[in-house]
Design a protein around this ligand. Structure first.
Ligand SMILES: [Zn+2]
Length: 123
């Protein structure tokens, strides 16, 4: 279902707790999260993003440093509509529950996200 490129972009850091795990781990050593369900994990400036088979998760981070606030926004993939990719400012935009959601992120992260979302929504 997913090509090799998107598998390589998953770096085995657990999206839930941030602990590094050995290649091809089934579950996180620390929190036991199901790592096989994770399709993509990205670290950006103000959040970490996870895509699994069910949802897009946004783990909010504090303004300074890598610490998380504890707030997690969860968007079920099947409810995401009208997906767009911002130009020239790199951001992901979509409609969710009648709200327009805008997630600004680094260019290189947007490119990875775009590839994975295209695979998910064009299958
Ligand atoms: Zn974990």
């Amino acid at each position: 279902m997913f090509d090799e490129e998107s598998v390589i972009s998953f770096n085995q850091i657990c999206p839930e707790c941030g602990v590094g795990n050995p290649e091809n781990s089934k579950n996180c050593l620390f929190c036991e999260k199901d790592l096989e369900a994770v399709i993509l994990f990205l670290e950006d400036d103000s959040f970490d993003l996870e895509i699994n088979h069910e949802a897009l998760l946004e783990y909010r981070k504090k303004f300074w440093g890598d610490e998380r606030t504890g707030k997690v926004n969860k968007y079920f993939l099947e409810q995401m509509e009208n997906i767009e990719y911002g130009e020239p400012v790199s951001r992901l935009i979509f409609t969710y529950d009648q709200d327009r959601i805008v997630i600004p992120l680094k260019r290189e992260n947007l490119e990875k996200l775009k590839r994975v979302l295209n695979q998910i929504f064009n299958k």
